[in-house]
Design a binder for this molecule. Structure first.
Ligand code: GLN
Length: 286
């Protein structure tokens, strides 16, 4: 893509980019080329389609080329465009936070179902704030607190709460650290759960750009589940819920942790759209 004597129009640019990104191993090259061109030209997708034969100015071409170069290095599209949709809400994302995954909507849905009478809910490891914010929208009568060990992530999460007009209180610290003397009716978490040995096998986008602290779950991936299950009884009211997202294949072991940690009531697992057991939970006591 050199500047512009042959008049690069929208369609020609898209076709060129599709080939370039495909060569770099990007999964949906044509669609992503379109999203980035929308961004560079400040058009929506309909606008883009109506302008297929519009020639790009040198400035537009330069702006677009910068985005495509980043994507060619396998930076996630969401960091390039700066947003990700989750539960119908828009979240700003930066490399300080994990990009919200659609699988995690199962955690929100299952927690919201069981939280209709919860006075207070804590989201551990809030990252972008997607889980806490979506819960605050679904359960406006509940007090929603969230905690993260990363101050940078909390900045992003606070911005997302404001943007989505969600009443969430944010705390800086590790797991239950900021909550001495407090008790909640529900604790939810999508903790880091990738086993050490699998970190190197993750997609280039994840491995190269997403925060390692949001991914690394220790030797077997279960470190955070063990810590949270063992501490949670000190921060939950009797009958309080503990609900987790888990990685593929982890549900039986995390359910075992819950049961042996005293979470014996109404234990459940819930599958995601791919049929993988994605959410596990139970109530303190039994
Ligand atoms: N709670 C955030 C999410 O579900 C962050 C999770 C994480 O960083 N492990 O996207």
């Amino acid at each position: 893509m050199t500047t512009n004597p042959e008049k690069w129009d929208v369609l020609k640019v898209l076709n060129w980019t599709k080939g370039y990104l495909a060569e770099k191993g990007v999964e949906n090259p044509r669609l992503e080329a379109e999203w980035m061109l929308c961004e560079a030209l400040s058009l929506d997708r309909v606008g883009l389609y109506l302008n297929f034969d519009k020639p790009l100015s040198d400035a537009e071409l330069a702006a677009y080329r910068a985005l495509v170069a980043r994507r060619g290095k396998r930076e996630p599209l969401q960091y390039i465009l700066g947003t990700q949709e989750f539960m119908g809400l828009e979240f700003r994302v930066t490399p300080a936070v994990l990009i919200p995954r659609h699988d995690t909507e199962v955690l929100v849905t299952e927690a919201a179902k069981r939280g209709t009478t919860a006075r207070s809910i804590l989201d551990i490891g809030t990252g972008s704030g997607c889980v806490a914010i979506a819960l605050a929208k679904a359960l406006p009568q509940s007090e929603i607190c969230s905690v993260d060990v990363s101050a940078e992530a909390l900045d992003v999460a606070r911005g997302n709460a404001e943007r989505n007009e969600a009443a969430v209180q944010f705390f800086h610290g590790s797991l239950f650290e900021p909550f001495a003397g407090r008790r909640f009716d529900m604790v939810v978490s999508n903790p880091p759960y990738i086993p050490n040995s699998e970190l190197a096998t993750l997609q280039a986008e994840v491995r190269g750009y997403e925060p390692m602290g949001a991914l690394d779950g220790g030797a077997d991936g279960l470190d955070f589940y063990r810590r949270i299950v063992s501490d949670a009884p000190g921060y939950l009211n009797p009958g309080g819920w503990l609900i987790f997202e888990v990685g593929a294949g982890q549900a039986p072991r995390v359910l075992g942790l819950l049961r042996s940690g005293g979470f014996l009531g109404e234990t459940f697992t819930q599958t995601d759209s791919a049929g993988i057991e994605r959410v596990v939970g139970g109530r303190l006591g039994g």
